[in-house]
Design a protein around this ligand. Structure first.
Ligand code: KG4
Ligand code: ZN
Length: 336
């Protein structure tokens, strides 16, 4: 069963082919980062236009790398949401039309379910049940996962997502877009000169808030000489506060659920400091931490091919409708 995965929810065009027994045959990514960086963030209309230009050539390349003809495909999985409407529509219409012409099924995949299942592509996949921390540019979610589609919401950010906070901090520090990796790099030169708050950790519950950290960053920056060292110290303090806040909530979620397996996924899970803090905490708690390889932390087609494949294997079927849902709660997904 060869499944083509298509990801176009934001600023990366991702395509992959996954087979349940043979694994991942090939995966390709075209990043629009250099195009959007001139504007300091993703420009939705430009993103859609670029997906249109890049998607079909990328599908052809992935097929040829897998030494497959399109007639050998058995199904097509596409990201149907959440994401940018125009960008989603490019992937959804391409996937649905191609599937229709090949007379094979197409399946709408939830982008965050894709992220959540990305660690399943690794050699030692996490066993169910587990707690998952999904941290991306648009989401900060803590969920209990009992199986594919069996998701219990534990907590989420009440305002900015963790990735968004990294991106906004980068902007304040004149680092440009996308901010996460740049803040992280600058933080390597920073010292523990500033101490930032750990938002919402002094009260019970598993929700997050990152917008206060943004204001704190701005106020701290304005109180300094804005030198490179001051900026590095701020990047360090911001990253440390974010990592510790996420870690405190994950520890609480493990204790609350009694589970001993933690999965982190989504773009922010590429962050070394966050990984290190979570690693230390899970070790102390007698729990185990799982995360995807670096290239599958951020958006990619492989996670969509994998998630879609699981749903098709379980017999999930859809009509010929083209689904594109900019907002789509993950706990509303069909249980397998
Ligand atoms: O999952 P993703 O590629 O796209 C969304 O679904 O949003 O996540 C992108 C987010 C961006 O906010 C980016 O700044 C952040 O992930 N990110 C990082 C790192 N790499 C990417 N944040 C912190 N540290 C990183 N190394
Ligand atoms: Zn994503």
């Amino acid at each position: 069963m060869y499944i083509l995965g298509i990801e176009t929810s934001c600023d990366e065009t991702g395509v992959a082919i996954y087979h349940p027994q043979k694994g991942l045959l090939s995966h390709d990514l075209y990043s629009q980062v250099s195009m959007h960086s001139d504007y300091g963030g993703v420009v939705p209309e430009l993103a859609s236009r670029d997906h249109i230009r890049k998607l079909i050539p990328l599908v052809k390349r992935t097929l040829s790398e897998s030494q497959l003809d399109k007639s050998e495909l058995d199904g097509i999985a596409y990201t149907a949401g959440p994401g940018l409407m125009g960008a989603l529509l490019v992937g959804a219409t391409t996937a649905r039309s191609l599937a229709w012409s090949l007379q094979i099924p197409a399946i709408a995949v939830h982008h965050m379910e894709g992220h959540l299942l990305a660690p399943m592509l690794e050699e030692n996949p996490p066993p169910f049940p587990f707690v998952a921390l999904l941290v991306s540019g648009g989401h900060t979610l803590l969920i209990r996962v009992d199986g594919i589609g069996q998701y219990t919401h534990l907590g989420e950010s009440l305002d900015d997502a963790a990735g968004e906070a990294f991106d906004k901090t980068a902007k304040m520090l004149d680092l440009g877009y996308p901010g996460g990796p740049k803040v992280s790099k600058l933080a390597e030169k920073g010292t523990s000169r500033f101490k930032f708050p750990r938002p919402m950790t002094d009260r019970p519950g598993l929700d997050f808030s990152f917008s206060g950290l943004k204001t704190f960053t701005m106020n701290t920056l304005n109180s300094t000489d804005k030198s490179e060292q001051s900026k590095a110290d701020i990047a360090y303090a911001f990253q440390k506060a974010t990592a510790e806040t996420l870690t405190i909530k994950c520890k609480r979620a493990l204790q609350q659920t009694g589970l001993k397996t933690l999965v982190i996924a989504g773009g922010v899970s590429a962050n070394k400091q966050i990984r290190a803090e979570l690693n230390e905490m899970t070790h102390k708690e007698g729990a185990k931490l799982y995360f995807p390889r670096l290239e599958f932390c951020t958006d990619n087609g492989a996670m969509i091919a994998y998630a879609g494949c699981q749903r098709l294997l379980a017999g999930q079927q859809e009509n010929l409708e083209i689904y594109a849902k900019p907002r789509w709660p993950i706990d509303s997904l069909i249980t397998l």
